[in-house]
Design a protein around this ligand. Sequence first.
Ligand SMILES: Cc1ncc(COP(=O)(O)O)c(C=O)c1O
Length: 389
Amino acid sequence: MAGDSTLCVHEGEPVDETTGSVVTPIYQTSTFAFHDAEELSEVVRGEKSGYVYSRWSNPTVERLEQKLAALESVEDSAFFSSGMAAISTALLSIVKKGDSVVAIRDLYGETYRLFTEFLPSMGIDVSLIDTNDTEALANAVERKPKVVYIETPTNPTMKVVDIAYTAKLAHEAGSLLFVDNTFASPINQRPVKHGADLVLHSATKCINGHADVIAGAVAGSKEIVSKVRKLRRVLGGTLDPHAAWLVLRGMKTMAIRVRAQNSNAMRLAEYLEDHPKVKFVHYPGLKTHPQHEIARKQMSGYGCMLSFEIKGSMAQAMKFTESVKIAYLAGSLGGVETLVSQPSTLTHAQMKDEDKKRTGISETLIRVSVGIEDAEDIIEDFGRALESV
Ligand SMILES: Cc1ncc(COP(=O)(O)O)c(C=O)c1O
């Protein structure tokens, strides 16, 4: 198997046979014409391969799907118009009324709403367990859930969940393990290698990497991905070909971008850990991180995301986010620019106060997505902003 950068640049993208174009064309079409009515009907029936309608499949989107599958070391992947479309379609393709699912409490805000409001309203029983409470997980899987759902590292407190251990418990109960791999990216972590059954991504983040597209993906075996794809055709959350082309372009540099982000994030985490105005730093690469050893076992790099708590009030935390000059005060993550935000009022505003407290999302917690600017400049920017609060 080729290395990560080679896969990022070449996988799924043969030189265009008719023109020699080294860049994949954007097949910006909703429909595909046929000369032969019988052939059209064979393709519709699935007896012959081909393209009919871009909500079902599209050549630009398919090339992207091939590239991500190789980078996640799986058989297949399917792309969506957002990470949430990928997550909701994947869950609904497996879980039906009367089934149960288990998820960790540390979930991205909108995923949390899907689990706590929407799935229960459809007659699906949801158990939320405290992240890394192994006894609670062992008890919860006794109910034989269809799916065990985790994020690792978690958003925004950077807890690391042992994928291999969770997969073992899930499989013993006959459940599938779904892992949201958005924070790590396939460059730093391949959940299927540790036993996961399906990998989910907000491709809006490290995969695209340039803050100019909303996209999502699922990756796994042909069997599971084909079920998800069937439901995608019905629910309609397919990715547009032009957005797919932008993601293909973004992915060419994913390995070098993510490695530069890993290095910058480590330097910033070490700087913040020693800063007198910082209470603590959550970054899996730090030896002081409670699950550093698990991170070392399942991650090849520690990613672009960190969070830290400043000593002071919510107003001072807010002032910090307004005082940075190189970093932007904005949601989202994984792009080339450094971003800061306060999860309690942005990404996790929808979470119940009780769950915010339980998961450690305090009012003074600041989340950082570290970009690819020069590390010295990011550190200087943060130092200046901390001095001003
Ligand atoms: C960990 C995680 N999963 C899923 C999503 C949802 O992705 P999207 O915004 O692309 O729908 C996000 C968005 O921030 C996220 O951070």
